[in-house]
Design a protein around this ligand. Structure first.
Ligand code: NDP
Length: 451
């Protein structure tokens, strides 16, 4: 049995016996780094796989808070500080009822390599709570955020661990988390990014993940003498990433025709009405059903009404598909439908949105596939720019941030391309992203010795 297989079996038995999502992410990385491990025996000698797949620290805490009826509510909170070989831990916070240690370990593990791909000096972490922000008043959101921060503020710091946004955590929540940290420590320490501008946030951070996704895709296509101009694109999700991906697609002359939320999907063959989408999802925080009520030609399909639970969005013929909602939302049924409709490219905006079966189908059928680790790294890259601006007090204009973002996404692609050539990977961008990210982290771990 070779080193990778042995490490994987040990991981399944010890690190993640019940953590199926974490093991899915771990397996994808370990299988694809074989060319690197074979070429450099140094990594086996330093037992780097076993060291890299165990989180440095897993923090679990209880959050007690008072709702608007003055009743006491209790939630679970977590922070997975996975790896800080390259720099302080960095990763978002997710508030969603599905949050559990398995989901957070998968997200933190992915974050290590994504952060390494940006070429910036940050480690990987992720945190969150099973708190459901849906239906909560602004006061309840504030109370919960304050209680969340009170429970674990002494584990973070601008040189230790820096938080950020994710599903259910936008500017409003970030503002409350930051305010409570300041109150507890009497310090304006930059312990969280994606802050509102009034608290030292960066221009362009809100747009960064969605815009970065499209910049990365554009670079990939440019290299194949193709563009997005005039092309039909399908997008899932209707949150921060999806909305800004749609916005940038329009800027480049593409035609985004779908979006979705946790309840259903929209197909608007004339192109998604972005102003209406923003009004419904960002201002009213309402369901996409209202989109179809206001755009008579748009079709709304509830998820439970659609066959086998697969997402209706992937049944729509398109040139490029951008899953931007959540993990494992693009399954084999969706992938097959995209392939049958001659999709050319799938570019991941969400974290691990494609199931292993879907990826296998894309690879077998020669569909160009841009993995999340690389394609959605624009958000964390601009978060690091935000940290730099907070430390230097030298603030960038929107255009400067956007320029840097384009450069970072282009560099990620060019380094991956070089890795493809070096390890003879063809168009396997999953392996390229994993090898490149893994190598940077592993080299930093070896340089620091056994700790
Ligand atoms: P948001 O909370 O802003 O939006 C999430 C969107 O996905 C919402 O519209 C939500 O619907 C929808 N959604 C949730 N579950 C499902 C589902 N099962 N099917 C269809 N839609 C669903 O989150 P973000 O846009 O910030 O994050 C989206 C993804 O991108 C996540 O995987 C996140 O980890 C990843 N990501 C985000 C980054 C960022 O900078 N924000 C950075 C890198 C990755 P509803 O409105 O009904 O809740």
């Amino acid at each position: 049995m070779d080193y990778i297989e042995k490490a994987m079996q040990r991981a399944k038995a010890i690190n993640c016996p019940n953590d199926t999502t974490f093991f899915q992410a771990l397996r994808e990385v370990l299988v694809s780094i074989k060319p690197l491990i074979d070429k450099h025996p140094n990594y086996t000698r330093h037992n780097i796989i076993e060291r890299i797949i165990s989180p440095n620290r897993e923090i679990r805490f209880k959050i007690e808070w008072l709702d608007d009826k003055n009743e006491i509510q209790v939630n679970n909170g977590y922070r997975i500080q996975f790896n800080n070989a390259l720099g302080p831990y960095k990763g978002g916070v997710r508030f969603h009822p599905t949050v559990n240690p398995d989901i957070l370990k998968f997200l933190a593990f992915e974050q290590i390599f994504k952060n390494a791909l940006t070429g910036l000096h940050i480690g990987g972490a992720k945190g969150g709570s099973d708190f459901d922000p849906k239906g909560k008043s602004d006061n309840e959101i504030m109370k919960f955020c304050q209680a969340f921060m009170s429970s674990f503020y002494n584990s973070i710091g601008s040189d230790i661990d820096i938080l950020g946004g994710d599903i259910g955590v936008g500017e409003r929540e970030v503002g409350y988390l930051f305010g409570q940290y300041k109150q507890l420590t009497n310090s304006y320490d930059s312990i969280i990014t994606s802050k509102p501008l009034s608290l030292g946030g960066s221009l362009g951070r809100t747009e960064a993940t969605g815009y970065g996704l499209i910049y990365f895709t554009q670079k990939l296509l440019e290299d194949r003498q193709e563009t997005l101009k005039g092309k039909i694109c399908t997008i899932s999700g209707s949150g921060n990433v999806a909305i800004h991906a749609i916005e940038k697609l329009y800027d480049l002359g593409a035609i985004p025709v779908t979006c979705s939320d946790s309840r259903g999907s929209i197909h608007d063959s004339n192109g998604i009405d972005l102003a209406l989408l923003k009004k419904i999802k960002l201002e009213r925080r309402a369901s996409l059903e209202y989109y179809a009520l206001e755009r008579k030609n748009a079709v709304y399909v509830k998820h439970e009404a659609y066959k086998n639970g697969s997402n209706y969005v992937w049944q729509i013929p398109c040139f490029a598909a951008f899953p931007c909602a959540t993990q494992n939302e693009l399954d084999a049924i969706g992938a097959q439908a995209l392939i049958d409709n001659d999709v050319k490219l799938v570019s991941e905006g969400a974290n691990m949105p494609s199931t292993p079966e879907a990826i296998e189908l894309f690879v077998e059928n020669g569909v160009l596939f841009a993995p999340a680790k690389a394609a959605n790294a624009g958000g964390v890259a601009v978060s690091v720019l935000e940290m730099g601006q907070n430390n230097s007090l030298n603030y960038l204009t929107f255009e400067e941030v956007d320029q840097r973002l384009q450069q970072i996404m282009s560099d990620i692609y060019l380094h991956m391309k070089k890795t493809c050539d070096e390890y003879e990977l063809g168009i396997d961008l999953i392996a390229a992203a994993n090898i490149l990210g893994f190598k940077r982290v592993a080299d930093a771990m070896i340089a620091q010795g056994v700790l």
